[in-house]
Design a protein around this ligand. Sequence first.
Ligand SMILES: Cc1cc2nc3c(=O)[nH]c(=O)nc-3n(C[C@H](O)[C@H](O)[C@H](O)COP(=O)(O)OP(=O)(O)OC[C@H]3O[C@@H](n4cnc5c(N)ncnc54)[C@H](O)[C@@H]3O)c2cc1C
Length: 365
Amino acid sequence: MADIDVCIIGAGIVGLGVGRALALGGQSVIVLEKNHGFGEETSSRNSEVIHAGMYYPKNTLKARFCVRGNRMIYDYCTPRGIMANPITKFIVATNDNEIAGLESILQKGNDNGVPGLEIWDGARVKSHETALNAVAAIFSPTSGIVDSHSMMLGFLGDIEDNGGFLVKGTPFESAERKNGVWHIKSGGQSPTVITANTLILSAGLWSEDVARRVIGLEKFVPKMRYGKGNYFRYMGKAPFGRLIYPLPTSTALGIHLTPDAAGHARFGPDMEESKTIDYHVDEDKRVKFANSIRQYWPQVDEKLLSPDYAGIRPKIGNSLHDFEDFRILFHDTHGLDGLVCLFGIDSPGLTSSMAIGEYIAEKLQ
Ligand SMILES: Cc1cc2nc3c(=O)[nH]c(=O)nc-3n(C[C@H](O)[C@H](O)[C@H](O)COP(=O)(O)OP(=O)(O)OC[C@H]3O[C@@H](n4cnc5c(N)ncnc54)[C@H](O)[C@@H]3O)c2cc1C
């Protein structure tokens, strides 16, 4: 007999989303977190955008979970009074050469089943966002923003209401499957060993390190790269009421604008490879940010851009330039009973969190 049905390593939005889905399905759940609070890493260092799902190749996990997760977030948050606002989004072409790029995104979005996407001409775009430099744009009605901290608090509440719990300040150290259960060793102030039928690794930027500590898993652990994204806050009024994105590059969605309720805005993230987990934002990036923003908002005042925060994408794959899908491994891949490993849960991981939970709960059944 194991102490518990499921032990999850990592209390980010994905670990909590998975824990919620399993707890609602009647499993006893414990979540181990090395920090003294939940969601303090990538899950609180992102754009808080509810993506619609038009960037990802058809039939990938990212495409499926993003489109499904988008709807699940609105359905979850709205009745609970958690801010999830479909403020909508423009992806902007700033010259005629970029229009083909919009058409290709529209096609991907339609292939993925994203609802309501349209290409608008420049005059129509400018009648809604007068300060925008655009010859055309994709209008996405289901893109929005969410209060991700409240969402995580909601997930944790659902876990606890169903008999599960979060143990903070408790780093996972190692695990081994013996006599049909997982023996899971944790450190921190009260080092202990617990047993669980199912072990789920959802450790974000630490997923390579955590997975290497599971006996028998070594050869399935991908190399991790850090794709750092910096943000700058705009200290003046920004005259936009929706998300404004440039065309994506091969590595990232581009330095976009996220408005807040007070009429201010945040710009970012950019993308750079980082050797370490370092959240410092270098002030020297201001010029690069201003030049990028000026493409779609010519009046931006560079002096009003102030370094804000940074987040780091857990990238797998040989290069930051290649598309890599979420990697979620079950017994059929690694051959270990009762083990689920999540790797490379970068964007749109927040949007996908509830759909990932639903998927893992279904697979484990
Ligand atoms: C700059 C940036 C912008 C983004 N913007 C968006 C966006 O707008 N929309 C969107 O959908 N997605 C976005 N994403 C992606 C999204 O933020 C992530 O996919 C999501 O937060 C990942 O959640 P997670 O739970 O997997 O990881 P994390 O939030 O990193 O959680 C992992 C947890 O595991 C814990 N942990 C690690 N090692 C151990 C251990 N040994 N023992 C116990 N606990 C451990 C960590 O402390 C952490 O709390 C963005 C990401 C970045 C970096």
